[in-house]
Design a protein around this ligand. Sequence first.
Ligand code: C6P
Length: 415
Amino acid sequence: MTPHNDRSALAKKFAQYKADFPILSQTIHGKPLVYLDNGASAQRPMAVIDAEQRYATSMHANVHRGVHTLSQRATDAYEGARERVRSFLNAKSSNEIIFTRGTTEAINLVAQSYARPRLGPNDEILITWLEHHANIVPWQMVAAATGAKLVVAPINQAGELDLAAFKSLLSTRTRLVATSHVSNALGTVLPVREIVAAAHAQGVPVLLDGAQAVPHFALDMQELDCDFYVFSGHKLYGPTGIGVLYGREALLEEMPPWQGGGDMILSVSFQGTTYNTLPYKFEAGTPNMSGAVGLAAAIDYVDRIGLADIAEFEQDLLVHATHALTAVAGVRIIGTAADKASLVSFVVDGVHPHDLGTILDQDGIAIRTGHHCAMPVMDFFGLPATARASFAFYNTKAEIDQLATAVASARALFI
Ligand code: C6P
């Protein structure tokens, strides 16, 4: 990480980026938009919008099929995007990069293709209490189909994983560990290196759900040493409908395809089918080429800014938001882990989160309210819902101050 002892230099650097996002310059209900729902979906810079438009206006045709010029251009653009994702993740080979619709589809792919054929009664899948439904339900479906058991590692009152308990739940029955890298409901950063080391010590592969991690810190698959890593383009300033499954090549090689169709075959006859090689074996049908091109442009964009600087700037926003919201009477922050990404979940005494979200919207402030597709986390804290402000590098301390003021005003309406 570049040391930026000069906070104002860092703030100045980041003040320039908001202008790259056309959607952010509008007013909502007559007020300048303050977009604090980046954990749900981040906005797209012009560089991404332009890349998708360039693709649509000069390159688009189907991929891997045509000998004509446009098909070759589309194929080069799509495969170029795969290589860009590979270099972003420092994966060993582009065979390890499978394009999916998003995090959810990537986890379902691993559940159906890796776990389901391998698991039986007495086998266990170990997850944590912090998971998004996308990292719970696919495993419940596999468990229902195979007789395997879902085991859940507990968390503490700060919303941190109980690592000792997690390790004690790893056993000879554990066949897969699947955990989030960053909790979407609380912002907790999980100790993924310790998780991977503990699981590997028992020969258990690990899937990491990186949906909320990828926009915030630089990643290196070879250093992280996990077996599967998944994320969505739309949380990384890219398009919707595109995501990535990184998988260790040896494991992907052993896995059967999970969907059949065009492009995932080498030959088909009524006697039988020979499947294509990696990565195409897992990409049946026409893929989302413009999404992949947009994702590659988003990666170029964040890499130009520098993820180390992004992480440092966003940590500053997190500290500021934590202080600003804690100072508001009646506010309680949910999720106080020592290591958090730039996201604050909170409740306001006497104000339902949905009412709060609706009132803040009138001030042009967009936050997320609800269970955040993490109902077990809400149950753990005995809450139906929280309000969640999730920050991107285009947010500012002034916007956070506006949030705190608006929350205080909203509470005043209810007391
Ligand atoms: N979380 C949020 O507001 P998809 O929908 O496939 O792009 O991502 C699913 C997903 C999986 N894991 C984690 C940790 C996530 O945060 C998400 C999406 C959004 O928190 C929408 S619910």
